[in-house]
Design a protein around this ligand. Structure first.
Ligand SMILES: [Mn+2]
Length: 387
């Protein structure tokens, strides 16, 4: 393990140097994007001039020119969504995980230059939805155009509240977020965008859905699978390197295939080795209750281990959890097999909220944030609720 970790760091360092270089060559995107970006730049310049002149007279409000996309950083759906938004509208991405979601929104709401905001692949829970609506109300009061695009289970009242605020809601639980972004903004995207969306659909287990499956048909299945998988391993393995994740967003927005991004396959091989070691660890450390298998994960992400916990436990539900020492919580991942007939996302949303945390997601894949002392209770209660 230690050896593998060292190798990771080495490779990462090599790769990390790329973003700086790439940012410089950013402008060599498709013709469409180039003209758009130049346009945006011109506007920004003009604005700067005007503001500096006016500043002397009065502290005028800066003109709102910024496009921002807040997206999920932990998987290919979130990263791909951010890439497609970038290709269609330019602007910058802010990549977050669930514990960091609200913090990012609260930051962005203060940005006086924000003109339009896209929020992608970030589901809401009972714990977060009210605060989310409040933030949206402030943004709308400031005339910021907001588009919320997602596919996680959502309280219909939240959709109503958002639509009342004139937040554009694009929500379909049957297609992954990137596929929905692709469908909604197709006219502003190039041909390669369908491949980026396909990779996202594969990682979210949604390549069998109406639009997802049509997109996959465009490409050779094996080619799409290996690309999606390598992309996913690079995302999962670089969670602590925000600059690298932003670089991935840029490269995908720039119509690169995952294999064209330097070192991605080599890095994926390291991840595969780690996962194979995970199998042995799960066999050793996993515990079971009547209806589920569970395990605390110490040296990798919970979401990378949870499928093994489910599979190797022989149960229809697997739970893996990892402590987030800085937050005093456990990040919990839950997966259900095809035999699992209950909606895990809904159960986990209620349960985690009752225990002072938050959670939610899909029927057979979801996550939660649970206060550290409540983790055992969370598992025993979940076990009771899923028989
Ligand atoms: Mn997703």
């Amino acid at each position: 393990m230690a050896a593998a970790k060292k190798t990771t760091k080495k490779t990462t360092k090599k790769v990390v140097k790329k973003p700086a270089k790439k940012t410089a060559t950013k402008k060599t995107t498709t013709k469409k994007t180039v003209s758009k970006k130049t346009a945006t730049k011109k506007t920004t310049k003009t604005v700067k001039k005007t503001t500096t002149k006016k500043v002397v007279k009065k502290t005028a409000k800066p003109k709102r020119t910024k496009v921002v996309c807040i997206s999920h950083k932990e998987d290919a759906d979130g990263i791909s969504s951010a890439a497609l938004i970038r290709q269609a509208f330019g602007g910058d991405a802010i990549l977050v995980d669930y514990p960091g979601q609200m913090e990012a929104l609260n930051q962005v709401v203060l940005d006086e230059k924000l003109k339009s905001l896209y929020i992608c692949d970030l589901g809401l829970s009972k714990k977060t939805q009210d605060e989310f609506i409040d933030i949206m109300a402030t943004l709308r009061k400031n005339k910021v155009a907001v588009t919320y695009i997602d596919h996680h289970d959502i309280d219909p009242n939240v959709v109503k509240a958002l639509e009342k605020l004139k937040v554009k809601v694009i929500h379909d639980i049957n297609e992954c977020t990137a596929v929905q972004v692709y469908s909604a903004f197709k006219s502003k995207l190039n041909d390669h965008a369908s491949f980026v969306a396909t990779c996202a659909a594969i990682t979210d287990y949604m390549e069998d859905r109406p639009i997802g499956s049509k997109l996959l048909q465009i490409y050779d299945r094996q080619f799409a699978l290996i690309s999606a998988t390598v992309l996913t391993y690079n995302i999962v393995g670089h969670q602590k390197e925000p600059d690298y994740l932003l670089y991935l967003v840029e490269e995908l927005a720039d119509s690169k295939f995952p294999h064209e991004i330097p070192n991605t396959f080599e890095f994926a091989q390291i991840q595969v080795e780690k996962l194979s070691q995970m199998i042995a660890k799960v066999k050793d450390g996993m515990k079971t209750m009547k209806n589920l298998g569970y395990m605390e994960i110490l040296d990798s992400g919970a979401s990378g281990a949870v499928n093994f916990v489910m599979g190797l436990s022989g149960k229809d539900v697997g739970v893996a959890y990892k402590e987030r020492v800085d937050h005093g919580i456990y990040a919990v991942s839950v997966r259900g097999s095809k035999n699992c007939k209950v909606h895990l996302g809904k159960i986990v949303n209620v349960l985690a909220t009752d225990l002072g945390g938050s959670g939610g997601g899909h029927d057979r894949a979801c996550g939660a944030v649970v206060p550290k002392p409540k983790i055992k209770k969370f598992i025993t209660e979940l076990n009771k609720k899923i028989k």
